[in-house]
Design a protein around this ligand. Structure first.
Ligand code: FAD
Ligand code: NAD
Length: 452
């Protein structure tokens, strides 16, 4: 067995782990990162990036197949899609990005080890890989092992029943697809397959899709799903898949394939975490303000630490932990974590929702009164501001609209910098852009909207 010593050992090279390792390397800490697959984690390999690539491809295909139905005078003759080629294009993007992460780790002087890590004790980990067993002793260990899809016992993965991982690599468009779980993944990928021509049915246990968001935000998405021919069954429970159909408590649905997207579970099992007896927060590892676990010297970041399970949260935690280990006076003091659901239209949320905090009010500006939105033929949705009445501080920003994911940084910047309504209204917003809706929502909050 080979023995290695280092200052920082990061387990898992997803967005949390690789960012932590790069930053630690930049700060001169002797750092080792271990992953059992190539760098990039869920996000780059089977999550954020591949799903966004497939969303783009499906959008393009749908636009072409529906060109004749629009008012623009454009027509196209019988477009087709070779899904195998689309998937190969998506895989090429993933290859470039994961290769790039490997390069960044090398540039930062981080040692990469391939294999499965397992704790021996609070300072020692063994890695079983292609090159035999390696024992690594580290002053600090960062657990960034991420998450995996939740499996339903009555719909085990395999054959026609798939998780997001397999759905992102299907080379044929299924005639019919039942999506169990109308959350982030179910709706993003359900929309992809609906646009590619599948007959999609979403089966959601709660009384509405994306139950984390309020109805006003999800209404335009629900409406668009119906326009795309998607059947949305809320308050419905899936039971089994037999004979090309999904049985539910509300009847049978044709389903050549079933995509199960009912959440993700932290990857804490089989790596010796149980033996360390770390304090847990439900199924997740409990952490403090510097992401330290209940055992000194062991840190945890990303999905393994709980909601929101988002790549940018994992990255921000990873960066902070590296800086903390290098002796900087940092702690987790973020005011808000933006979240984007890449549905059609997109939903962006950041900070406080209406009614969540006492002494706040909200105002919204609809895209139907926004020139830029009209020029894209899609003027559904709105931007909403939630502010504190006492001092006009902006505590929350949300929106739903086509392409508004790019507004998420304006939302989080405003909240992180403690902007008040007047800061946003006094900022010139370029015309014609959908971002003017942000300024107008704040003007409306102050009682003098200009364009509504
Ligand atoms: P992960 O990315 O899960 O990485 C963990 C790594 O640890 C993996 O590479 C794994 O191989 C490795 N590992 C685990 N155990 C061991 C072990 N014992 N030894 C060695 N290595 C180990 N988030 C967004 O913010 N935006 C999106 O648009 C988005 N889209 C998504 C779409 C899909 C389909 C999915 C599934 C997820 C999406 N997410 C999105 C969520 C995002 O992917 C995760 O929040 C993010 O990847 C979490 O990062 P992480 O570093 O905590 O863990
Ligand atoms: P999710 O939590 O977003 O949605 C799961 C949905 O399944 C919920 O609406 C829930 O009510 C429903 N559900 C649970 N059990 C059910 C059952 N037995 N039958 C029917 N419905 C059931 O989970 P997800 O879509 O699997 O995504 C997992 C996580 O990945 C998300 O929470 C998010 O953090 C992350 N993610 C983020 C993005 C993004 O940022 N754009 C995209 C994809 C995934």
């Amino acid at each position: 067995m080979t023995d290695i010593k280092c200052k920082v050992l990061v387990i898992g090279a997803g967005p949390g782990g690789y960012v932590c390792a790069i930053r630690a390397g930049q700060l001169g800490l002797d750092t080792v990162i271990v992953d059992e697959v190539r760098p990039g984690g869920t996000c780059l390999n089977i999550g954020c990036i591949p799903s966004k690539a497939m969303i783009h491809a499906a959008d393009e295909f749908y636009k072409m197949t529906h060109a004749g139905a629009g008012p623009l005078g454009i027509s196209a003759t019988a477009p087709t899609i070779d899904l195998e080629q689309t998937v190969a294009w998506k895989d090429g993007i993933v290859d470039r990005l994961t290769g790039g992460v490997g390069g960044l780790l090398r540039k930062a002087g981080v040692k990469m080890i391939s294999g499965r890590a397992r704790f021996v004790d609070g300072k020692t980990v063994t890695v079983a890989g292609d090159e035999g067993e390696i024992q690594i002793r580290a002053d600090y260990i960062v657990i960034a092992t991420g998450s995996a899809p939740v499996e339903l016992p009555f719909l085990p993965f395999g054959g026609a029943v798939v998780s997001s991982t397999e759905a992102l690599s299907l080379t044929e468009v299924p005639e019919s697809l039942a999506v169990v779980g109308g959350g982030y993944i179910g709706l993003e990928l359900g929309t992809v397959f609906a646009k590619l021509g599948s007959k999609v049915t979403v089966v959601e246990a709660e009384d509405r899709i994306l139950p984390l968001y309020d109805k006003a935000l999800t209404r335009p998405v629900h409406k668009r799903l119906e326009e795309l021919g998607v059947t949305v069954m809320t308050g419905t429970k899936a039971q089994s898949h037999e004979g090309g159909a999904l049985q539910t408590d509300a009847g049978e649905i044709a389903a050549e394939r079933v995509l199960v997207t009912v959440g993700r579970r932290p990857r804490t099992q089989g790596i010796g975490i149980d033996e360390l007896s770390l304090t847990m927060n439900g199924p997740f590892i409990r952490i403090d303000k510097v992401c330290q676990t209940s055992m000194r010297g062991i840190y945890a970041i990303g999905d393994v630490t709980g909601e929101p399970m988002l790549a940018h949260r994992a990255m921000a935690q990873g960066e902070m932990v590296a800086e903390y280990l290098a002796g900087q006076a940092v702690e987790w003091d973020k005011r808000a974590i933006p979240a984007v659901c890449f549905t059609d239209p997109e939903i962006v949320t950041c900070g406080v929702l209406p009614g969540e905090v006492e002494g706040t009010k909200s105002a919204e500006f609809p895209f139907v009164a926004n020139g830029r939105a009209m020029t894209t033929e899609r003027d559904e949705g709105f931007i909403r501001v939630v502010w504190r009445e006492a001092d006009n501080a902006v505590l929350g920003l949300q929106g739903v609209g086509v392409g508004i994911s790019e507004l998420s940084s304006a939302f989080s910047l405003a909240i992180e910098m403690g902007a008040c309504l007047e800061d946003i209204t006094a900022t010139i917003h370029a015309h014609p852009t959908q971002s003017e809706g942000l300024q107008e929502a704040c003007l409306k909050a102050l009682g003098h909207a200009l364009h509504i």
